[in-house]
Design a protein. Sequence first.
Length: 174
Amino acid sequence: MEIKAQLNYLRIAPRKVRSVVDLIRGKEIREAEHQLRFLPRKSSAPILKLLKSAIANAKSNFNIDKENLFIKNILVNAGVPFRRWRSMSRGRTYPIMKRTSNIIIVLGVKEGAKIRKPDKSPKDILTGPPQSGGLGGEETKTISKTAVKKPAKITSQKPKKQNWVKRIFRRKSM
């Protein structure tokens, strides 16, 4: 079983992010968190945040504890660079590439780890607890689709296009 999390367009060059990622590849979660927390690199904070997001995915979607996970794979790819230009002499320009990174982290489950089924499925969470049959004296109301009103559509009125001659003579003259 694999749990994935992804971070796109991190505004740090991939070459700098890879040096941090290489330290935590293949390690257990607690050890990787300690490494990232105390590493004095700018890219360690977003990677730690991504790791915590992947742990939360494992907890909420598969009900897997943090102790049963390890970093199976972590990839750093080059994202779309921001292109900026610097002006040079004689009307020339020089390109400046501000590079971005895309990071994909894949967590694996240790062998022999127990995976519990979630208490509630995502569908149950959205619909709420089951309604009682009215045995406890509680009133239950059902809302039909016709009772729910849709918000009215707001349309903006565009000003009418005027003739260009009228615009010229509308201006103040000196």
